[in-house]
Design a binder for this molecule. Sequence first.
Ligand code: PLP
Length: 383
Amino acid sequence: MVHYLDHAASTPVHPAAIAALTETLTESYGNPSGSHRLAREANLRVDAARATLANVFGLTPGSIVFTSGGTEADSLAILGSLRRSRDAGQEGVAICSAIEHHAVLEPVEAAGGRHISVDGNGVLDLQHLRTVLTELAEAEKPVAVVSVMAANNETGVLQPVVEAAAIVRELAPTALIHTDAVQFPAWHDTADLAAAVDLMSVSGHKWGGPKGVGFLAIRDGVTLPPIQLGGGQERGRRGGTQNVAGIVALAAAAEAMGTERPTVVPLVRQLRDELVDRILEGVPDATLTGASADRLPNLAHFCLEGVESEPLLFLLEKEDVMASAASSCASGAQQASHVLAAMGISGATGAVRLSLGYRSTRDDVQAGAAAVIAACERIRSRG
Ligand code: PLP
């Protein structure tokens, strides 16, 4: 039996989403941009899904631009903001936290943008944000976009997006504010987040939807130039025939998530806490990353001195425990983690990320903890 502890990477597809996907693929094959009855029917399905998602996420239907997932939503947010700034003759700077997912980090870095640092718990340094924005304002350098993720995908540490947004509104009022909320909705309501920002990226496969479908929410009244041209779909904001079945399945998964979340979160938090307690008892020198920060309730990330991630994951898999790692050690097959580096964690430290989902059980937690403890002992005993 597989103990799947990698829900931050992807989740099983919810049965309601599978049913919606299958039914739509079978019954609705019209192109939603067309004009005949079958086309209009497909378009109605897309719009019904838009309305459902708006309701679950605290958005207006018109703000939702469907994309091929989180990465495309992030690209559209950053590259679209840069183009918007250029179109206004401004050449504004892109700014993001140092711990963003590569989907944000890379377009920001490609544009020569700036990073905002985090503290040792992996929480955005709001004072540094203030300093950078003040410096840019004094140099009369406009800001195109500031991007701060809602929850970090490696550590689960929640970020002060609402506070950061208030600082940006004060010091760089023409900048757009983006949040990559990909890891967040499974565990928290997004309404407050959505109200604070201009752009919010969402991806379905982190909460029971299929892979390859998500959206960027663009606040009403904000004009964001497209980066994918042609076809004029999504009111000219993202060209390309919509993934109708994927979008309908996304909405079905969102509805299920919205219903289940209030009861599931406390149960998962309890299981996660048990997982942490067991591992800290069995591996007393393991360090829980971001321990004193607010974190997602499903995720535990540990730094393990002298235990490289690759053999650790190999041993976990032998016990049917599926997990992820990000190592701050630059050698070996695992890539160095820019997130841990930004937190000041460096050296030959291994790391493991265990992330629970809506259907995780105590059995998964016990098997996961036992496998981590045994693997650490084995790797260390080899010297
Ligand atoms: N942003 C974050 C925080 C993520 O965790 C991920 C996926 O791991 C992405 C963006 C990319 O989303 P997608 O896999 O839908 O492209």
